[in-house]
Every structure is written in C-alpha cells, then in structure tokens.
Design a protein around this ligand. Structure first.
Ligand code: DC
Length: 226
C-alpha cells in the first residue's frame, strides 16, 4: 500500500475533524484545507453585500466573483490558517455569530456548492493534502486515497465547543451550546444530496474520550501505507 496523497476527513460539527486533520497535516507534511472556511467566507461576503442567504443564484454569482484564499500562517503564529476575502484577512470575522447563523443555509444551495467544489478539487490536485468538511469523501474527492469519518457523542461534541467558546471569552451556557450542536446536526442532515453521509470505504473513528495524538498514532498505517 502506498502513502495516501489525498486524505478526506468528514464528520459532524465538533467530532474533532479540524484538530485531527490539522495534526495529520503537520505530522506528515500535507497541505491542510478546512473547507468550512470557504463556506464561511462566502457567507461573510453575502452579509456584507446584503445578499439574502436564501437567494441561491445571487449567492452563486457572488461565490464566482469572490476570491477566497486560504494561506498557511507564518511560523509561531497561533492561527491554523489565514482566510483572505478579495485580499482582506477575514480569519476571525468568519467565526462571528452572524456567520454562524447563516452559513448552514448558504451552504445548502447546490449552485453555491458547485462553485466551491472546483476550488476544493484544485487545492487537492496541487499536492498532498488533507481536506476537512462534510462531503469530502462522498462528493469532493470520491477517489481520495484515505477517507476518515469521525464521530463523537453529541454531549462530547457540545463539551468541546463549549470549552472553545469559553476560551475565546464567549459568555454562553452549556445548554445553549448543546442545543446549537443539535440544531446544526439537524441542518446538516437535511441538505438533500449533500447531507452528511459516511462514504462506503471510509474508516469510521469514534473520538469520544480520546486525544487527537492517540487517534493520529492509530491511523498511521493508513496514512503512510504500511
Ligand atoms: O465546519 P464548519 O462549522 O466551519 O462549517 C461551516 C458550515 O459549512 C456548516 O454549516 C457545514 C457547512 N459545510 C458544508 O456544507 N460542506 C463542507 N464541505 C464544509 C462545511
């Protein structure tokens, strides 16, 4: 078995996709692409241009016209990547509550997804890469060399999100976060052909109660092809 060139990481919100995808990328020398950041950047552009999150055509047009770049950070920087929207660094703005509120609807339109699909494939073609999202192994890279599908209990996922939000100084209750995670799961399940699905040939990993390091160590044979 050869070393995996493209790695698809899918799973619900809070399952550990980004943490594990990033750790794999850093450990084994892959480009890391968090595809949710692309949907978030287009959502931010829509808010700024007053495009309604339900207007599929206007959003697709906006996605075609908007230049979104994901760039690696400089050494020593805390962020995992920089997101640029037509040149402007919007790395923190794409995590705003307003973007959170609308991104699920914006990403539900097939016309928007079609524009971003090509961009994701271009990045995967450019070199060894780990792509993290919801439909990477099923739609974006159906021929990925390694497909991971991560899961964790809803309580564990809410706990992780609550911890991250508390660290970022956000004043929310655990109950609110739990409800929010459940609401997102529901939205992700209802995206028709783009609903969150486990690819037939995916390795399913339950991350509940385990550290990212333990999980990545366990996945080593699949990554390096031993
Ligand atoms: O992973 P995230 O929370 O940053 O994702 C933001 C939104 O984008 C979320 O509603 C799921 C959606 N998304 C998607 O539909 N397809 C992807 N490949 C990645 C994210």
């Amino acid at each position: 078995m050869n070393r995996a060139r493209t790695i698809a990481v899918d799973g619900p919100a809070g399952s550990g996709k980004s943490t594990i995808g990033k750790l794999i990328a850093d450990t084994y020398g892959y480009t890391f692409l968090d595809t949710g950041a692309l949907y978030r950047a287009i959502t931010l552009a829509a808010i700024r241009h007053h495009v309604c999150p339900g207007d599929a055509e206007a959003l697709a047009e906006l996605a075609r016209e908007t230049r979104v770049c994901i760039e690696p950070p400089d050494q020593g920087e805390k962020v995992w990547y920089h997101v640029r929207l037509d040149g402007e660094d919007v790395t923190s703005q794409i995590r705003s509550p307003e973007v959170d509120r609308h991104v699920s609807e914006v990403s539900s339109h097939p016309s928007v997804r079609a524009v971003l699909l090509e961009r994701q494939r271009e990045i995967a073609r450019s070199g060894p890469s780990v792509l993290v999202g919801r439909d990477i192994g099923t739609v974006v890279l159906p021929d990925a060399d390694l497909k991971l599908f991560l899961t964790a209990t809803v309580e564990e996922r809410a706990r992780r999100r609550y911890r991250d939000m508390a660290r970022a100084g956000k004043d929310v209750s655990f109950e609110w976060v739990l409800e929010d995670v459940e609401r997102r799961d529901e939205a992700d399940r209802n995206k028709g052909e783009y609903s969150l699905r486990v690819a037939e040939d995916a390795v399913v990993v339950d991350t509940t109660g385990r550290t990212p390091e333990q999980i990545v160590a366990e996945l080593r044979p699949w990554i390096v092809g031993e």
